[in-house]
Design a protein around this ligand. Structure first.
Ligand SMILES: [Zn+2]
Length: 285
């Protein structure tokens, strides 16, 4: 199977375009703006629609390659691979493939998505179903010549599929699947747990040993300040207002020689400040 790009270091950048970059500058302008900020990656938000057309994607791919700027996308919010309605499962798979095709045309490496809700199903059955559906997605992508990583996300609510242990199972069963590790979601879905150096090392060890595939040097991650409660994630908040122990997190990533991409999902009003805080914490870790 053909794999997308490899990573020589950890790239850090925003989710979505820099907020100070006007939309008229399109996606190539957003990449240039990131570079001006000193940011080295970005995640395109295909969450509500795939807003980049095929022709624009060619320009994005050329700039991406010339500036060695890794690109990922967040797929549609309307995905549930364990829906009770078969039509919704088919739509979910089509949405993943459409997003994967476009991010590949942009020269990107990964599509992130929230796989499923447990609903009334047993979590283990949901995992089996996610594996079966993603295997079909992978098959169709292969037939269409689309080679990007499928990144089921570590999700922020206990009602959503996507614990680290579930992601290990999925990534073992589906060759093109690697996790999107959202550290803030792990903290939020456990109502404030998982917020220490030792716990993060434990998770990194689980991924490295459980998945193989050189996963720790092919990581894709999300982080943000986060507000949470009994039901998990509430909303993203500016990093300085959150209790996330992000400096210790950066130390754990460094201890495991983690490479790949770290996407900072900050609220707009604090985007630049939060991305810069993570870069500073990584460099001084
Ligand atoms: Zn997400």
């Amino acid at each position: 199977m053909q794999y997308p790009q490899e990573f020589t270091k950890l790239y850090i950048g925003p989710s979505g375009r820099p907020v100070d970059c006007p939309p008229i500058r399109r996606t190539t302008g957003a990449i240039e703006s990131c570079i001006e900020h000193g940011w080295s990656t970005m995640e395109l938000s295909f969450t509500n629609n795939i807003y980049i057309k095929e022709r624009e994607a060619q320009d994005v791919a050329a700039l991406r390659e010339a500036s060695a700027f890794p690109l990922s996308c967040h797929g549609s919010y309307f995905i549930n691979l364990a829906s009770e309605e078969p039509a919704k499962i088919a739509q979910s798979k089509a949405r993943i493939i459409q997003g994967a095709r476009r991010i590949q045309q942009c020269g990107g490496h990964s599509i992130v998505f929230h796989s499923a809700f447990y609903g009334s199903m047993d979590p283990a059955d949901v995992t089996s179903q996610v594996i079966a559906e993603l295997s079909e997605v992978q098959q169709q992508m292969q037939e269409a010549g689309i080679a990007v990583w499928l990144r089921p996300e570590l999700t922020g609510k206990p009602t959503q599929h996507g614990t680290p242990w579930e992601l290990v199972e999925v990534c073992n069963a589906v060759e093109m699947a690697l996790p999107c590790i959202d550290w803030s979601h792990m903290h939020a879905r456990n109502n404030g747990g998982w917020n220490s150096y030792d716990e993060w090392c434990q998770l990194l060890e689980l991924l490295g040993e459980g998945i193989g595939k050189n996963v720790l040097q092919r990581m894709h991650m999300h982080v943000s300040g986060i507000e949470y409660g009994e039901a998990g994630e509430k909303k993203h908040i500016p990093l300085p207002q959150s209790d996330l122990n992000y400096r210790e997190l950066m130390k754990a990533l460094k201890a495991f020689d983690v490479r790949g991409t770290l996407i900072v999902e900050a609220p707009d009003e604090n985007q630049a400040g939060d991305v810069d805080l993570f870069i500073e914490a990584w460099e001084s870790a």
